[in-house]
Design a protein around this ligand. Structure first.
Ligand code: PGA
Length: 259
């Protein structure tokens, strides 16, 4: 993805029912300003996606799926495909740590989902990151390497231009224990190094990479100031309209565009 816009993604996880989601979007639309240099993406539960797609102004908010199955259609009870999400969402999270660790998604599943998203013209936000144990064993770079190879195998350099990567250390997600900016920089440099190795310098320079893990309105600016960080993936703080709009405001560098 071109790095001309800072991406702020709110991952609501399994929170808010249809009524609450609609009210919340209504509230958010009043406080979140539209800026030319910021793309704001909301990832509500699948249940609310269709109604929110009719409610939101896509100039103000884009939508993302939190998850989907990699087949386009068929006998897969309980699943939703990227084909069915077309026209409703523009983005899709792939390989979020909760999918990897709670639902045991493998790199093979994640790779198939990246492919399915691309095939269906959705922008995959491929999440990578080490656990606390892997970090303590000094394996962060090796984990990032493996997850990138696993998720991006079969992706061509043209397709890579339509992918976003999110660095989310597992130990920082939902724990209030956010990573130090210097460590985030270090990890994202390793990610770009790997992209360079696989696709070349230009691809590495153009890769849009986000940070996620216990980001708050207070800490957001510290990450956004890092030249390697092109946006944020926000969980808990995205459920607070005030905090989320503050984060969007901090992501805005240029002049604001009237809604
Ligand atoms: P958090 O979640 O901001 O609540 O840590 C981030 C995420 O899961 O993407």
């Amino acid at each position: 993805m071109a790095r001309d816009k800072t991406l702020i993604v709110g991952n609501w996880k399994m929170n808010l029912n249809m009524h609450e989601a609609s009210l919340y979007v209504h509230q958010l639309s009043k406080v979140v300003k539209t800026h030319r240099d910021v793309e704001v993406v909301l990832a509500p539960t699948a249940l609310t996606l269709q109604s929110l797609s009719l409610q939101v102004n896509f100039r103000q908010f884009k939508l993302a799926a939190q998850n989907f199955y990699w087949r386009d259609s068929g006998a897969y009870t309980g699943e939703i495909s990227a084909t069915q999400l077309r026209g409703i969402v523009q983005y899709a999270l792939v390989g979020h740590s909760e999918r990897r660790h709670v639902f045991h998604e493998s790199d093979k599943d994640i790779r198939a989902k990246v492919q399915a998203a691309i095939r269906n013209h959705l922008i995959p936000i491929l999440c990578v990151g080490e656990t606390a144990f892997e970090r303590s064993e000094d394996e962060t770079q090796a984990v990032l390497h493996d997850q990138l190879i696993g998720g991006l195998a079969n992706v061509t350099s043209d397709e890579l231009e339509h992918i976003v990567i999110a660095y989310e250390p597992v130990w920082a997600i939902g724990t209030g224990q956010n990573a130090l900016p210097v460590d985030v920089s270090h990890a994202i440099r390793a990610i770009r190094g790997q992209i360079k190795h696989l696709y070349g310098q230009k691809a590495a320079d153009n890769m849009q990479v986000l940070y996620g893990g216990s980001v708050t309105a207070d800490s957001a600016a510290d990450y956004l100031a890092l030249p390697d960080v092109d946006g944020l993936l926000i969980g808990g703080a995205s459920l607070d309209a005030h905090a989320f709009s503050e984060i969007v405001k901090k992501a805005h560098k240029g002049s604001s565009l009237a809604k």
